[in-house]
Every structure is written in C-alpha cells, then in structure tokens.
Design a protein around this ligand. Structure first.
Ligand code: NAG
Ligand code: NAG
Ligand code: NAG
Ligand code: NAG
Length: 379
C-alpha cells in the first residue's frame, strides 16, 4: 500500500509525539498522498456548481431534504449528504473539495476544485442539435475543461508551476456520459440511434479527436500523474428509469428487477471505455490511469442489499408514491420514506451518501478499481 500507510508498526511513543509536534507546526497532512483533487462530471458529484449557476431562481437543491443526513442543510449536492468526491477527499485526508464556480476568479484551491455540474453531458450541446435533440444544460465536459484551464493559469501560472501542481494532484474524470443517455432516452430518443453515438462517449480519445479538445490526453499533456476514470452506473436499475420505461414483459427485467436493455447498453459503453483506458495507459506509461468500476460496485449493493443494511434497493428514499417512489420529484414537499441509510437511491437518480460511501471503499481498496486508488500512492 506504499506510503499511504502511516501506521508503521515500529512507531514509538517518542516518534509519535514528534509526529504530533510536526502536525501542530504545519498544515501539511503527513500521510496524504495527493495534495489536491480536481474532478469533472455531473450531478453524481456536483457539490455546488449548479446551484451557483442558477442562484437567482429558488431551487429544490437549495432546500432540505437535500443534505439532511450529513450537513443538516442543503449544500448544492444532489444527495442526502456527502457524494463520491467528498469521500475520496476524506479518505485521502483532505478537506472537502470546494466547487470551482463560486470562487472562480479568486479561489486558490489549495486542496483542489470540483468542476462537476448537474446534467453535464460528455458531448457538447451542438452535437445533439445535429440530432434534433436539446440537452438541458450547456455545461458539458469541454466547458468544464475550459474552467479548469482558466483556474490553472491563475493559480499556477507558467509551465513549471503547472507541472508541479498537477504532479501532486489526483484528477477524477467522471463519471460522465450517463447524462447524455438519460437526457436522450427521457426525450424519447431512439435506442438504435443511441447505440450509434455511444462509441463517441465511451471512446474518450475518439471524442477528443472529433472535438479537437484533447480531454484526457490534454490532462496528461499538462503532466498530471494520476487520472481516475470511473465507468457508468447501471441506469436500468434507476428508480426513475424503472418507472418511466416500465414494461409488462417479464423478460425485459433481469433477476434483480432492473431493465435488461438499459444495463446491457451501459455495459457496452463501459467496455468501450475500459478498452480506451487500457489503450491510453499503453500510450502513456508515465501516467497512472485508474479505471473505477462504479457499475459493478453498484450491482453489489443491488444484489445483496441486506448485507449493507439496505431495504428494497430499487425504490427512491425521497420522492412520491408508486412502485419506485417516483410519482413526484424529490423536493421540500416530497415524501422521505425513512432513514436514508436504508436506501441505495436518494431521489430516483442519485444515490444516498451511504451507498456512495460503500462504492468509494471498493474503489480505494479494490476490487472495484484497477489499480485500487490507495495503491496509486506508492510512487
Ligand atoms: C436569472 O435572472 C435573469 C434576470 O432576471 C434571467 O434572465 C435569468 O433567466 C435567470 N436565470 C435563471 C437560471 O433563472
Ligand atoms: C425536430 O423535433 C421537432 C419537435 O421535437 C419536430 O417537430 C421536428 O419535426 C424535428 N425535426 C426533424 C428534422 O426531425
Ligand atoms: C466563472 O464562472 C462563471 C459562471 O458562474 C463563468 O461565466 C465565467 O466564465 C467563469 N470565469 C472563469 C475565469 O472561469
Ligand atoms: C463486472 O461486471 C461484468 C459484467 O457483469 C463482469 O464481466 C466483470 O467480471 C465484473 N468485474 C468485477 C471486478 O466484478
């Protein structure tokens, strides 16, 4: 586990007090293997960018029950508490990583910044215009890069400073792409057509060539040392999808009660992404690429809900009535069906902090990341 493991067995009381002295005298976290986290994505890890962008309209994410479990007030996270990136930060002994936009002209972001925005797509809105489809937000991955680049120019001007900063940073690249699919299918977009544009989302570098954006490679060129790329969740198990695409054909469901077609679709996306990550790893041996398997980590919760103390894993904690509790959106007037710790799904789309916490454990120590994130600290 490399130098992440700070509990060396031969540590003496003497050394311990020295350590405490050092800690008291400096703000450097001795056992942390990254100084910063920079993350990109959608509502799964948005920690306040979206509510900042829409701050002049009263919005459901600014009110309880969002935030009820951990923060006890709404923070702009689309969950009852912490989200994946918060748990990464805490596990790496960093403070919670702030959203970028509220401080994007002055923040120094000593521990990193989160660029994720609700409903952000991997492909830009202009791509979907060509398909006669409009996505709900313009804040796609490419735009998030733009913000990242602006921030780097400001907090680490010059080649050397930028390289040093990125060499100490963990880049979390997603998940991204599920908003593309969710928005497409919700608008009644055809399944066949989705299969055609899926490779452009899965195959990151293909996307980069098309957009001439150099997403992942761009991060790598900027000399990032560790980049984590999570895959997509099983969208066929989302309460909102189960409700909207309800079928009377038993064969449309798998043994866990999820919609087979949508999960097979996501698996195909994930396979494409996996192959892309492997290819990139071969191209860039000096960069450590971590493929995080959110899909299987989530399936584990759905297969064995009892083991984790969950009830029915296919119903939302916050929402309305109906078989999946989705007759109504989660907002301050919605029904909260009980202790969020008993639910995998928070609002029918996003998960509870308990579910996110379990997923993060599988990414930090394995088996749901290759290599496990904590092992990436060892060089
Ligand atoms: C914010 O207010 C301006 C001016 O009233 C309005 O044009 C804009 O649409 C509002 N933005 C949102 C996201 O509601
Ligand atoms: C685009 O969508 C609109 C409504 O969603 C429809 O009226 C129009 O015919 C579509 N155009 C094409 C070229 O498919
Ligand atoms: C800061 O964020 C705002 C949106 O809140 C955006 O319009 C602006 O371009 C951003 N500025 C920088 C330097 O990234
Ligand atoms: C993840 O799920 C896929 C599809 O079910 C399976 O082929 C693969 O072996 C799983 N990986 C892990 C690490 O469980």
């Amino acid at each position: 586990m490399g130098n992440f493991n700070c509990q060396h067995p031969s540590i003496t009381v003497h050394m311990l007090s020295l350590l405490i002295l050092l800690l008291l005298n400096s703000h450097v976290a001795l056992c942390s293997c990254y100084k910063r986290i920079f993350s990109f994505g959608d509502s799964i890890i948005d920690t306040g960018n979206y509510v900042h962008l829409v701050s002049n309209s009263s919005f459901k994410y600014m009110e309880l029950p969002y935030g009820m479990t951990f923060f006890k007030h709404a923070t702009g996270r689309m969950s009852d508490g912490r989200v994946l990136v918060d748990f990464y930060a805490q596990s790496l002994q960093l403070p919670l990583i702030p959203p970028n936009l509220p401080e994007n002209t002055s923040g120094q972001f000593p521990h990193g910044a989160n660029f994720a925005v609700l409903d952000a797509t991997a492909l830009p809105p202009s791509f979907y215009e060509g398909l006669n489809h409009s996505v709900s937000t313009p804040w796609c991955l490419g735009m998030q890069y733009g913000w990242f680049e602006e921030m780097l120019k400001r907090i680490a001007p010059g080649d050397g400073a930028r390289r040093r900063l990125l060499a100490e940073s963990l880049i979390v690249f997603g998940e991204i792409g599920s908003s593309d699919y969710v928005s497409w299918f919700n608008a009644g977009g055809s399944r066949e057509k989705a299969k055609e544009f899926m490779p452009m989302i899965g195959y990151i570098s293909f996307l980069l060539n098309i957009l001439d954006l150099d997403c992942t490679q761009w991060v790598i060129y900027l000399s990032a040392k560790v980049v984590m790329i999570p895959n997509n969740f099983p969208i066929g198990c989302l309460p909102s999808f189960l409700s909207r695409f309800h079928s009377h054909e038993p064969k449309d469901y798998d043994e866990h009660g999820c919609l087979r077609w949508f999960n097979d679709f996501t698996l195909a996306h994930n396979l494409g992404l996996f192959e892309e990550v492997n290819w990139l790893q071969l191209q860039y041996p000096d960069v450590k690429l971590i493929y995080a398997d959110y899909y299987n980590a989530t399936m584990e919760l759905l297969k064995n809900p009892d083991r984790f103390g969950f009830g029915d894993p296919l119903v939302a904690c916050c929402g309305g009535d109906g078989p999946y509790h989705t007759s109504m959106d989660c907002n301050k007037k919605a029904k909260v069906w009980g202790d969020p710790d008993r639910f995998v799904s928070w609002d029918g789309i996003r998960m509870t902090e308990k579910a996110y916490n379990i997923i993060v454990k599988g990414v930090l120590k394995g088996p749901f990341a290759n290599p496990p994130l904590l092992r990436s600290c060892s060089n």
